[in-house]
Write a protein that binds this ligand. Structure first.
Ligand code: M3L
Length: 389
């Protein structure tokens, strides 16, 4: 199972969190307290009473836990998709998997991330929403997320920590399906066949993916926040249905869209940054085998021509092709580049790991003939070549 996606998900999640934390603080307060007149009023009050730090209250714990939760999401998503489509991450670029597969993989990731207790604890709003707005009000009950989780655990046992988890699952499962469908769809739409999406495309697609998933998630987000708070104005709900019905009767339909604007405003930068970082890391780690600008088709990695037992190749070592320095997108269609097998350390530096496949050769080099394992016996192994999953 490839672990790169888990690690990339971890780091990109942490970065996204820092981006989005002030928005989160505002959102939770708006959703669970009735003392604010709107976003600007809430911002002004937080700033006035707690300074800029008020927006980042309690961030140390989520930075670790969100990162972990995001790592589950991306790792599970990507591995599920590989299982469903039997193609690797980079080949999915050449051949977009079906939207049904993307949706199922996204839902699986969403479901598993939501089932981790961490994601519930991380999302516990009491820690974030303790308000010191009223002068002379009693000191906050919780000193931070860890203290908040520990107190809830002591008072109510483990069940307390899972309060709102049903709503959390309903919130995250389908909406993370939409998340990846939007992302992959937009990337595919704006990327020429066979190329990697540009940074701008990734940023925009990631931003809109975030918005798409938050727009659909907001009603359940409100319910989850309220259930985790144990009710607004000290009124605890008997269950999810009770929470929905009571909130609706007391405050109208609009209550389910509280935090909608702020969710969307937050979702764009957070997810743009998350996806950019994720894609970037996977590329830096040599996860993408295609040379920049290459439009060549590719086959699933395991369609390698070389049996794993071949003397020079293991499944984790692909032959290296060196690409002419003037190799550009234009020249690819006109005249196929001569693909030289790197056979020296000097070429090795410029080479790219590239899984040779039959389609590739027959499309670009008619009559070239398929190389046999013996053609590669002098090819050195390259360091940092990516691993065949
Ligand atoms: C499914 N739902 C919309 C709730 C969450 C989407 C998570 C994406 C990202 N970690 C973020 O915090 O925006």
């Amino acid at each position: 199972m490839p672990v790169e996606e888990f690690v990339a998900g971890w780091i990109s999640g942490a970065l996204g969190l820092v981006m989005g934390y002030p928005f989160d603080t505002l959102k939770v307060r708006l959703q669970t307290q009735n003392t604010y007149r709107g976003i600007t009023d809430c911002m002004a009050k937080i700033y006035h009473h707690e300074s800029i730090l008020g927006f980042f209250k309690g961030m140390s714990f989520p930075i670790a836990s969100i990162a972990l939760v995001n790592s589950i999401l991306f790792g599970v998503y990507s591995n599920t998709l590989q299982v469903l489509t039997a193609t690797s991450h980079q080949d999915q670029r050449a051949q977009l998997p079906s939207y049904t597969h993307i949706f199922i993989a996204g839902c699986t990731g969403g479901f598993l991330q939501a089932s981790s207790v961490l994601s519930n604890v991380e999302a516990l709003p009491p820690a974030k929403s303790e308000s010191r707005v009223q002068p002379g009000s009693p000191p906050p009950k919780y000193r931070g997320p860890v203290h908040c989780a520990a107190t809830i655990f002591q008072e109510e046992g483990p069940r307390g920590l899972f309060r709102g988890s049903g709503a959390l699952m309903l919130r995250d499962t389908p909406t993370l399906g939409f998340y990846f469908v939007t992302y992959e769809g937009l990337c595919h739409q704006y990327t020429p066949a066979g190329q990697q999406p540009s940074s701008t495309t990734v940023l925009v697609a990631g931003g809109f993916a975030g918005i798409a998933s938050w727009v659909t998630a907001t009603p359940f987000d409100v319910i989850k926040a309220r259930m985790q708070m144990g009710g607004v104005n000290q009124r605890a709900y008997k269950g999810m249905l009770d929470c929905i019905v009571t909130s609706f009767w007391q405050e109208g339909l609009g209550v389910f869209f509280r935090g909608f604007t702020i969710n969307s405003a937050r979702a764009f930068p957070v997810n743009a940054v998350t996806f950019l970082c994720y894609e970037y890391l996977l590329r830096v780690w040599g996860y993408s085998h295609r040379p920049p600008g290459c439009r060549c088709p590719s086959l699933p990695l395991n369609s390698t021509l070389f049996p794993a037992s071949s003397p020079s190749f293991s499944r984790s070592c692909f032959p290296v092709l060196s690409w002419p320095s003037d190799y550009s997108a234009a020249s690819q269609t006109a005249a196929p580049p001569s693909l030289l097998l790197a056979s020296s350390a000097e070429k090795r530096g410029k080479g790219y790991a590239w899984p040779l496949d039959a389609t590739y050769y027959s499309t670009l080099q008619p009559g070239f003939g398929l190389p046999s394992a013996s053609d590669f016996k002098d090819v050195p192994e390259i360091e940092g070549a990516s691993e065949d999953p």
